[in-house]
Design a protein around this ligand. Structure first.
Ligand SMILES: [Mg+2]
Length: 260
């Protein structure tokens, strides 16, 4: 790797920011998301970075509370793609998510009523603070449960003007506001008036953060894109990266080089 890339970070850490994903970047990918933990040395190196650089920020799709527990509060934490953050050691909705708190509380209550009225076992309504999950993995007749929840989700989207996401065995109701890593990287870089910005990630949802770095580079900010390569890493992420590391342990080694 070309060490010149890191020169602006070493020269003026008080004007530099380090942004990083969590799963696959600071932790190994595991079968059950709840079992993920940061690799050895991650918390320590982030803490040291946090004391040296203007902004050190973990930006993840996970709940902010988990990241706070595992990584501590020497760094910034953005959970649920920026819908949650941590202030004074407590998880709060971010400024952009806060206006949707009441709306999503009403959606949660409505979803709970309608799902309960179905009277089928094994369906779960999950309170994700500013999002609502509808799960049917554990239903006896998954297909029927899925079709019924699909109808409820569609109705709620229409009635409350929501966005919908989700996979094969769960649906997610989201407020009419998009949360991506791009927004966080751009907003924090501008708020902190950074001159050098780095982002490390391993997955498709990290591409918007690389987009943010492209925008910042066009405005004269020094940028470094770090991709964590794996069998599952998207080709585009690796191709667009300035630095490729082989796994989360190497991410930690790379961060240590920033401190040396
Ligand atoms: Mg990841």
């Amino acid at each position: 790797m070309n060490d010149e890339l890191l020169a602006p970070f070493r020269a003026a850490p008080e004007r530099a920011g380090i942004f990083t994903d969590f799963d696959g970047t600071l932790s190994r990918i595991v079968e059950k998301p709840a079992e993920a933990r940061p690799v050895s040395g991650a918390r320590e190196v982030l803490s040291r970075l946090g004391h040296r650089f203007s902004v050190v920020s973990v930006v993840s799709g996970r709940a902010a509370g988990e990241l706070l527990e595992w990584l501590g509060d020497d760094i910034e934490i953005w959970g649920v793609h920026g819908a949650e953050t941590v202030v004074d050691g407590h998880v709060v909705l971010s400024k952009r998510a806060e206006p949707y708190r009441d709306l999503m509380t009403r959606v949660l209550t409505e979803a709970q009523h309608r799902v309960a009225a179905l009277g089928i076992e094994g369906v779960v309504v999950e309170d994700k603070r500013v999002m609502v999950g509808l799960h049917f993995r554990a239903a006896e007749d998954v297909e029927r449960a899925g079709a019924l929840l699909d109808g409820i989700a569609d109705d709620l989207v229409q009635e409350f003007g929501l966005q919908r996401a989700g996979g094969r065995l769960a649906f997610e109701l989201r407020p009419p506001e998009t949360f991506t890593k791009q927004d966080i990287v751009l907003a924090r870089t501008r708020e902190a008036d950074l001159e050098a910005v780095l982002f490390a990630g391993d997955d498709l949802v990290d591409l918007p953060a690389f987009d943010a770095l492209d925008t910042l580079a066009s405005e004269g900010v020094a940028t470094v894109r770090v991709a964590v390569a794996s069998d599952e890493a998207p080709t585009e992420l690796v191709e667009r990266a300035d630095v490729v590391v082989a796994g989360p342990e190497e991410t930690i080694e790379f961060f240590e080089r920033l401190l040396s």
